[in-house]
Every structure is written in C-alpha cells, then in structure tokens.
Design a protein around this ligand. Structure first.
Ligand SMILES: Nc1nc2c(ncn2[C@@H]2O[C@H](COP(=O)(O)OP(=O)(O)OP(=O)(O)O)[C@@H](O)[C@H]2O)c(=O)[nH]1
Ligand SMILES: [Mg+2]
Length: 347
C-alpha cells in the first residue's frame, strides 16, 4: 500500500516522512516523490514469532511517498503537482500546527485544492464526451450507449463535487467504481489528517473548529520526537519528563494510519517464516492468497483459518482443531483482521 504525504509548502511533510520511515528526505527526490518504507508494529506478530521461532519474521509495511508542497500563490499549477500521487492508495494530509496558523483554514484550503484537481479531470472528460455526442453521431450504437452511461455517472460526480465538495456521499456500484478507477480521483482515496506540532503545542487540545472539520485527525510532534530518539535513554527520559511527554507516538501513529487506510492484516505462520500480510478491509480469501503468490490464488482450493486470539489460547493448529476453532473457508470468505491462514492450493 502506497500513501502520499501531501500538504502545503513547509507544512512539515518531509519531517513526518523521515519520522515515519527513518529515510532522510532529499529535496530533489521529493520533487519526483521520494519513497520510504515503514514497518507496521504488531504485538500479535511478535507473539507469533516468539511462539514459532521462525528463521524470518516479516511485518506488514506501508510505502510512504514524500511530495513537494502545494503553493498557495500559484494555485493554478497545483493540480499538476498533485499528479504525483494519483496512483497512491491513500493520502496523509500534513498540516502545519507548529507555526501558529489556523489549522481549520489550512485544511479547508487544502481540501479545495483536492476538489479543484478532481473537478478539472472529471470536467475535461465530460466536455470531451459531450463534444463527441454532437460530432460523432456515426459512432456505433453500443459505444454511444456506453458514453451516455459514463456521462451520466460523471455528471453525478461533478454535481457532488460542486454542491457537497466531497465524494464521501456518492455511492458507486461495483461497475461504476471500475469505470472511473482510471481517473484516480483524489477524493475517492482514504485520507487521514495529521497536524505536525512543535513543543509549544504539546498537551494542548486541537482547536474545536478543526476537530469538527476532521474528527479523526491526529497530531504528532514529529520533529521533537526524532530529536528525542537521538538521545541516550536516560537523557530522553529526563527531557520527556520536563516536557510532560508520556510516550513517543510513532508506533501508535503508524497503526492509526494503517487503520484509517482501511487495511487489515492476516498472518501466515511456520518455522520458516511468520508474516503479516496487508490487505484491504473486505477482501476475500483469494485476494489474500494472491498477496502471497499468484499461484496460490489461481489454484486456490481452501483456506485453513484460525483467529489469532483463538490460536493464542490453544497454541497449535492441532489443538485448534480439537477445540473447534479451526475453520476451512472457501474463495469468497471475507478475511478478518488477525486471521491466521494457510492456503491450500492445487498446483
Ligand atoms: N518548530 C518546528 N519546526 C518544524 C517542525 N516540523 C518541521 N519544522 C520545520 O519546518 C520547516 C519545513 O519542514 P519540512 O518537513 O521540510 O516541510 P515540508 O512540508 O516537507 O516542506 P516542502 O517540502 O518545502 O513543502 C523545516 O525547517 C522544519 O525543520 C516542528 O514540529 N516544529
Ligand atoms: Mg518537503
């Protein structure tokens, strides 16, 4: 899963990128989108790894992409700048909470940029289809019908964008979703807002007006936490006490981002490897199998499934069977977060 770190210039994106991935930002690279990987900490995987003592333990990951900031004074160029994250699976919107600006206003403005970029793409296509409808009357009936269906859908989207400024309330049928997937609309991607705060804002509640706009929003003192991480454990403790900081929040933030992006994990276990695999919420067992290997999805027969919590109680697959918590599931089984799966496939 790839998440674009986006925001206005100087909002703290590269700092957050480095905090989350440990990769040093390179301003030149971020012009093209600099990529870094973060492992998602998971106590369940740690427990499984201690239990199986495998040769290798592999966590689920998120790929973050640091991007150049949008510029408020050259707004017309912002849709092009946003092009860099069209293929991202989700957006982490970083707002500047350390310089004393108005967070609610910054978020509002940033959402307008996303809206404007999407509207431009959809309106262009609507214009093209309308032109063709007039000019190309000779087009085969089938094609013309398909164009009309697409046009109706796109008009619905333009209306939602213009009137509601969001696509959150647009429900798309599966084929509609497929039909517009290639537009890679930013407002259809899951997003999470993160206010980058400095030591001046530690322990302060986020402004009420901002929380109303983004109830799920997180805040993080990314720069400060990175500085603290460089200290010896003892110094860190002292500084944290002085600052009134109870804990470092990097790991929790990664888990929160993972959840907000509507990803879940299932596990594969064994003496060779214990591994957490990320899949979208609502994905079925074949999709899960495909993550591991395309052969496993092609030859999918069944999945042996034990929920992590159950496995922890009984301690082995064999015991899981005798305690009735072992299940055999088919292709359409919807994988649950924390399932331990073994895919049976014919090859
Ligand atoms: N005081 C303070 N400064 C910060 C904090 N986070 C980032 N900064 C500073 O703000 C400036 C911009 O931070 P970056 O992380 O480079 O911001 P950016 O969004 O990547 O900027 P662009 O890539 O130019 O759009 C840098 O000088 C950072 O050191 C913070 O929490 N507190
Ligand atoms: Mg940057």
């Amino acid at each position: 899963m790839k998440i674009g770190i986006v925001g206005f210039a100087g909002s703290g994106k590269s700092t957050v990128f480095q905090w989350l991935t440990g990769v040093k930002p390179d301003p030149a690279a971020s012009q093209r989108g600099q990529v870094g990987i973060a492992k998602i900490p998971d106590d369940r995987l740690t427990w499984l790894s201690n239990h199986f003592k495998p040769k290798k333990t592999t966590p689920a990951v998120i790929e973050f992409m640091d991007t150049p900031g949008l510029v408020q004074t050259e707004q017309r160029d912002n849709p092009r700048r946003l092009g860099i994250i069209r293929d991202a699976d989700g957006l982490l919107i970083v707002l500047n909470g350390f310089a004393g600006g108005d967070l609610a206003q910054e978020l509002h403005k940033f959402r307008e940029e996303l809206l404007f970029a999407d509207l431009q793409i959809v309106s262009n296509r609507v214009g093209k289809l309308e032109d063709q409808a007039v000019k190309k009357k000779s087009k085969p009936v089938k094609e013309r019908e398909a164009d009309e269906v697409e046009l109706a859908l796109l008009r619905r989207i333009v209306k939602a964008l213009e009137e509601e400024q969001t696509l959150a309330n647009v429900t798309l049928k599966e084929e509609e979703e497929k039909g517009i997937r290639s537009f890679q609309l930013l407002l259809l991607k899951p997003q999470l807002v993160l206010a980058a705060i400095g030591d001046g804002q530690l322990g302060q509640a986020l402004p009420e007006k901002f929380v109303q706009l983004a109830p799920q929003a997180l805040s993080a003192a990314a720069k400060l936490e990175m500085e603290l991480e460089e200290l010896s454990a003892e110094d860190r403790q002292t500084f944290m006490q002085d600052l009134g900081l109870k804990e470092l929040t990097r790991e929790r933030t990664l888990r929160d981002i993972y959840q907000a992006m509507k990803q879940i994990v299932f596990f594969t276990v064994g003496e060779d490897e214990c591994r957490a695999w990320g899949i979208p919420q609502g994905a079925d067992a074949v999709t899960g199998a495909a993550q591991i290997h395309t052969d496993l999805s092609r030859g999918f027969v069944r999945a042996e499934v034990v929920a992590y919590e159950d496995f922890r109680k009984v301690g082995s697959m064999k015991e899981a069977k005798t305690h009735g918590v072992y299940r055999l599931e088919g292709k359409t089984y919807l994988v649950k977060d924390g399932d331990i799966m073994h895919i049976l496939a014919s090859t």
